[in-house]
Structures are given as C-alpha cells and as structure tokens.
Write a protein that binds this ligand. Sequence first.
Ligand SMILES: [Zn+2]
Ligand SMILES: [Zn+2]
Length: 357
Amino acid sequence: MPKRDYYEVLGIDRNATEGKIKEAFRKLAFKYHPDRNREVGTEERFKEINEAYEVLSNPEKRATYDRFGHDGSQGFFGQGFEGFNFGGFGDIFDAFFGGGTTTATRRAPERGADLHRSIAITLEEAAFGVEKEINILRTEHCSLCQGIGSRPDSQPSRCPNCNGSGQVRRVQQSIFGRFTNITTCPQCHGEGRIITDPCPQCRGTGKEKRQRSILVKIPAGVEDSSRIRLSGEGDAGTRGGPPGNLYLSLSIKEHEFFTRDNDNILYELPINFAQAALGTEVEVPTLHGNIKLKIPAASQTGEAFRLKNKGIPHLHGRGQGDQLVKLRVITPESLTKRQRQLFEELAEELGPTKKMR
Ligand SMILES: [Zn+2]
Ligand SMILES: [Zn+2]
C-alpha cells in the first residue's frame, strides 16, 4: 500500500503552523488511541498519525520531507516507527506538558465500571432464541472534548503544585525525627494536570451520561439464570483505561402449561374418565405446534408419552430435547342430571371396587 502523505494524514495544509500541526495531532491521537477506540484498523491509524507528527513537528525533518517526500524520510530518518509503544496516555501528555524527565507516578488508567441488568424472556424465546433491545444509561467520554475535559480549543495545563507528578512530598519534623510524607497532590487530585478552561458540555469531567439501546442476541436453548456478557458495553474507562462490560442476567418467565426440565418439556394432559377408559386421539400443544397423540384404551393417571425432538434445542451442539406428556384423569367436579344417571348405571355395572393388594 503506498504511504499516505503526512499532511493528508493529519488533515492539514502544507503551510500549517507548528501550532496547527500540534493541534491536529492532538485531536487525532485522542480519537484513534487504541485504548479508547476499538474499531478495526485503529492501531495502524494511530501509528500513521504518530509517524506523521514525528516528522512534521520537527522543522528539519519537515523541510526534508517537503523537498523529497517519503523517499527523503526513508533515507533520512531511517527504519520507520515499528518500535512505537502504546504506553497509554502518558506518552502523549508528556509530549505536550513537558513531563519528560520526571518519571511521574500519575494516577493509573482505570477500567470503567461494569453494568448489570436483568431481563425476563418467555420459554418460547429461550427455546428458539430472540433479539432484545436493552436500554441502558451509561457513562461515556464527553462527545465535545473527546473525554479530555478541556474546552475543545484549549488544553489542560501542567499542575503547578506538583509539577505534573500528581504527588507532593512534605518533610515533617517531629520528636522522632524527620518524616517525608508523599501524598496525592490536593490541587490536581493526582491527575498531574489541571483543566483551566473546562469543556462546557461536561464541565471538565470528560464524561457524560448517555442513554443507549443495545441489541442483544439471545441464543436458542439458553437456561434460566444464565448470564450474558457484552464486552466493552459498560461505563467508559478513565485516563485511557478500557470500558467495563455489560452483564445481563436472564430469567425465564413461567409458562402457562409447560415446565422445563433441562432441554425437555413436561406437559400434563388432562383427560376425562371416559377417554381414559375407551382410548382417544387428542391434540397436544408443543413448542413446535400442535401434535396429534393417540391415547390407548385403559390409560391411567401418571402414564407418560414421549414426543421425540419436540423439546428445547440444545444450546451447545445439535439436536433438541423431547416433550413428555403425562396423563391426568380428571374426575368431574359437577354432574348434569343425565351424567349422574349414567354414572349411577355404570357404578351398578362395575360393582364394588376390587381390593388392591
Ligand atoms: Zn498536582
Ligand atoms: Zn467535555
């Protein structure tokens, strides 16, 4: 792939001032920093931006580049920039605030908080999978200042109290001798930098709350109480730290007449006294639609029939569970005059119940 023009990379004119170059770099570096931007190709873009800045911010290198283009830069500046390391924001801040020599122990990047939501789905949705929209309120980087906290046309300044280190040393005299106390700088709270001209949108915090709706694919065969992790969909990180995750706790709503047993479905089929004695054919509901089932004569409560592959698809691997149909013979709770008469006749015909062993 041919190398892109450095000015084009930074999106600036050929006669851009040093200030403009710096400003362009700063905006792009924040936008494409791999810690913050997880899109594909970001790392390459970030390297490209750094390389362009390295050359254009140096008047001698820039002059050579202007005369000879990339050929000059290859011969002149050597082996490219492969060794660039993504040490977090420190590098960039040092370049701008003159950190450099102090190996400051500024506050480390922090991962954003995880978010937790619970979601209830139906048994049918659990069986066949479903896409759900989840609405969350989360903390994101401020869209106006890209999370820096300063008004977009200004920059944070180095904290004068701690000289950018984020720490202050205080020597104390006591009856036991001298103590050196190292504490977090009270002026910048350990950040090493101070927002002098805060961003009007986030008032300097670099963060904002955003309402987001996230589409979640719930796979077929999920179980009750399972947890789904959506990587990077939690709160934004701090100081270049990665975002947290969004965790969804699934619960499956109780079904009107199906009970789940692993990937099998249990179903109790009520039949009447006559159907049980004489046998019948009935329609049985399943997750996959109604099915005709033959009940043989002389069936008893508790007898079960297995409907192969009419259960829940296995979450891992092929195939699906079965549906088990259990009979329950219902004794009528009220009888019409005619029914009573027939039962009485039947009772006489059957005689007293034989004693069971
Ligand atoms: Zn400070
Ligand atoms: Zn802001």
